[in-house]
Write a protein that binds this ligand. Structure first.
Ligand SMILES: Nc1ncnc2c1ncn2[C@@H]1O[C@H](COP(=O)(O)OP(=O)(O)OP(=O)(O)O)[C@@H](O)[C@H]1O
Length: 253
């Protein structure tokens, strides 16, 4: 479980998250939704322990994440930011291998190499493994970064808009895989994902936190948070949640 306990974050002396109080289940897929500038990326960074709170705290399990050592944080949560650094000439395989760094600290063993292979396979990257990152399309690169986060083998994966460059097939593919990885079980990952695509959030999220202007508007099971009325209020535009072939979809009306 992640607990947000009266979480307040300031950036450049401005209050950008105020008094957030919520929990995120240890398994399942949690979506962070809300308008631009609501504070979703800020919250994700705070959950990775990278933004010390002005007040309150984020508890990841029984660890106050902002107070933990970097090495310990890297074993708890893998964070994929919106614009990860691109290192020219680095291969996909090397990039995914970076996910293992907190474990081997420069001395990969066969187990690390096996996990990199598993991550390449899991995200359908075997054929691109030897290609340099800067030679890939935006979507291919995005998949490589998600695979790197996966290879870190942390209980939590925190992903900021990982679908932004993906075509519908790969967007769906990644969401299917993340959803599967987050099912309860001994190796389950808790997946927390910032999503602008409300259709994807409606389709895949088990749990949703909605934010606006630095405040938590609501949190809970997807069906309770993503109602036509609540989404319309949240985004200040008319939206409806309908059912299509047994799945919820969000339409502008
Ligand atoms: N590095 C930064 N320094 C100062 N202020 C920042 C920084 N990053 C974000 N902010 C501010 O914090 C607030 C929340 O931004 P954040 O990026 O967390 O929102 P968001 O919900 O992820 O937005 P978007 O949907 O547009 O990506 C905004 O007012 C933004 O201008």
């Amino acid at each position: 479980m992640i607990h947000l306990e009266d979480l307040c974050i300031e950036r450049d002396g401005r209050s950008v998250l105020r008094g957030l109080q919520a929990r995120i289940p240890r398994t399942g897929l949690t979506a962070l939704i809300g308008p631009n500038g609501a504070g979703k990326s800020t919250l994700l960074h705070a959950m990775a322990g990278l933004l010390p709170p002005a007040q309150g705290r984020v508890m990841v399990g029984d660890t106050d994440i902002a107070a933990a050592r970097p090495q310990h944080r890297a074993h708890l949560a893998a964070l994929l930011t919106q614009s990860p650094m691109i290192v020219p000439r680095l291969t996909v395989s090397d990039l995914v291998g970076f996910g293992r760094w907190p474990h081997h600290r420069g001395r990969p063993d066969p187990h690390d190499r096996d996990l990199v292979q598993a991550a390449l396979t899991e995200f359908d990257l075997q054929e691109l493994a030897g290609r340099s990152i800067d030679s890939l399309s935006g979507g291919q690169r995005q998949r490589a970064y998600v695979a790197m986060a996966y290879a870190q083998a942390t209980p939590w994966m925190l992903l900021d808009e990982p679908l932004s460059a993906l075509d519908p097939r790969y967007a769906r593919d990644i969401m299917d895989r993340l959803w599967s990885l987050s099912r309860p079980g001994p190796d389950a990952r808790g997946v927390v994902i910032v999503l602008h695509d409300l259709g994807m959030a409606a389709r895949y999220a088990d749990w949703v936190l909605s934010l606006r202007d630095g405040l938590l508007v609501s949190s809970g099971p997807r069906a309770e948070v993503m109602t036509s009325r609540d989404l319309s209020d949240l985004f200040d535009t008319s939206l409806a949640v309908e059912e299509c072939r047994g799945h919820p979809v969000v339409v502008a009306v």
